[in-house]
Design a protein around this ligand. Structure first.
Ligand code: ADP
Ligand code: MG
Length: 219
């Protein structure tokens, strides 16, 4: 489903270029889950941004669903991002002026992939059905992150990316959110890549890799 080959990325700063990724390679099959661990500042978010087509690599290739992202036009890349990739961040990033139901359907509508039956099933499975008319400020952190996961999966992406998705939650809520995400990943067969600095959470996924000095090591 996803193949990453020779990915390099550095940031330019007034002090010079900071190399972050120095040749990252990995593959992820449909239905598989991979935890990306590493110290703070090791480049986990950078890697997720590249895979999510939110930023450009300096070199290397990202092949999603058989298509090399770098070979696509900006327009086609934006479409691939909307239709094939769901992203969940540490900050839940819900739209405050929209209800839970509206937030859930927001990205699917933008992508032209809104499916009311699937959205209802997602809301049920995520325990959000009774909260559909609420606004984000009326939800707990765990509930907000469940909405963000549902919003990402409403488009039926091929790949779900999550960057420290439980980082703003207490341990019990975080565990519950991750369990629900893993259930849904298994049910939908999408590939799941999650960045976390927690070895405990990483252990819940099928495979683990660690980012250190700009390259990946299997764990
Ligand atoms: P992680 O998510 O593992 O904590 P990041 O990918 O956020 O790591 O950051 C990796 C390194 O790149 C850090 O040293 C960080 O300071 C640097 N960095 C991240 N984004 C930028 C940016 N936009 N400009 C300059 N440096 C950046
Ligand atoms: Mg990060």
């Amino acid at each position: 489903m996803l193949r990453v080959e020779g990915l390099h990325k550095s940031y330019s700063t007034p002090q010079g270029a900071i190399p972050v990724l120095r040749g990252v390679d990995f593959a992820l099959a449909a239905g598989a889950s991979l935890a990306l661990t590493g110290e703070s500042g090791s480049g986990k978010s950078t890697l997720l941004h590249l895979v999510g087509a939110l930023d450009d690599a300096d070199a290397g290739e990202i092949i999603l669903d058989g298509v090399a992202l770098t070979l696509l036009s900006e327009h086609a890349r934006a479409a691939a991002r909307r239709e094939k990739i769901g992203i969940v961040f540490q900050q839940f990033n819900l739209i405050p002026s929209l209800t839970v139901a509206e937030n859930l359907g927001f990205q699917a509508r933008l992508a032209g992939r809104f499916d009311p039956t699937w959205q209802e099933e997602l809301a049920d499975r995520l325990g959000l059905a009774a909260l559909a008319a609420r606004y984000p400020e009326e939800l707990s952190g765990g509930q907000q992150q469940r909405v963000a996961i549902g919003r990402a999966l409403a488009v039926r992406p091929k790949l779900l990316l999550a960057d420290e998705p439980t980082g703003n939650l207490d341990e019990a809520s975080g565990d519950k959110v991750l369990a629900l995400a893993l259930d849904l990943v298994a049910a939908t067969g999408c590939a799941f890549l999650m960045a976390t600095h927690s070895e405990r959470l990483a252990a819940r996924l099928q495979c683990r890799v660690r980012l250190d000095a700009g390259v990946l090591a299997a764990q």
